[in-house]
Design a protein around this ligand. Sequence first.
Ligand SMILES: *Cc1c(COP(=O)(O)O)cnc(C)c1O
Length: 228
Amino acid sequence: MGLRERLLAVQGDIAAACTAVAREPEDVTLIVVTKFHPASLVQELAGLGVRDVGENRHQEAQAKAEALAALDLNWHFIGQLQTKKARQAARYASAIHSIDRERLIDALADSRDIAAGERPIDAFLQINLTDDPGRGGVVPADLESLAEKALQTPSLRLRGVMAVAPLEEPAAASFARLASYSERLRALAPDASAISAGMTHDFAEAIAAGATHLRIGSAITGNRPEHG
Ligand SMILES: *Cc1c(COP(=O)(O)O)cnc(C)c1O
C-alpha cells in the first residue's frame, strides 16, 4: 500500500468507528503525525488533501514548517516543549497539544499580538494518565489551576484536553478517565470541549470516548525512518 491507500484506509476506519458509536466523522479532526519523516512526505500528504499535521520535536517541526510555508498547513505541536523553545514554536504552530505547566503558559503569554489581530494559539492541556510524574502532562489534581491560567492568557485559546494512553492498561479505561477530565474542564470553560486523543493503535477507542482530534502517524506514514 502506498501513502494514498493508507490515508484512505485510515479515513475509512475513522468513519466506521464514528458510525459504530453514532458520531459524525465531520466532528473528528485527523492530524497526521509526520515526525521523523521528511518535508517531502508532508508535501505529498498536502497533495492528498491533508491540512493538519503533527510534530513532536521543535527543531524538526520548525525546519519543515519553514520549508513548506507556502502550503499554509496547520502545524500541531504534540511533543514535550521546552520553556525556552516555546516562543519559537508559537511562530509556526497553530496549535500546541502539550501544555502541561504554568511556566510554559508564561512563556507563550506574549507570543501573539492579539491587539494587532493575530490569532491566538489553540491550546490543549496535556494530562498525565499515569502515576509516573516523569511522563508528560499535568497531574489531574492540577488541571483546574492550569486551565485558569490558560484562560487568563489572551495569546491562547483554550480548546480542551490531550493525553497519550499509557501502555499499562486498556486504552478504553484511560480514555474514560480523560473524558471525565474533559468534563471537569468544561465546567470551568464550556467552550474548551475538544479532546485530543487516539493514535495508530487506539483511535477507535478514543473516538468511542469522545475524541475530537486524532493524532495518527505510522498507520498513514508507514514505519518511521530510523533515528538516532
Ligand atoms: C508519535 C505520536 C503520535 C502518533 O503515533 P502513532 O502510533 O504513529 O500513530 C501521537 N501522539 C503523540 C504525542 C506522538 O508523539
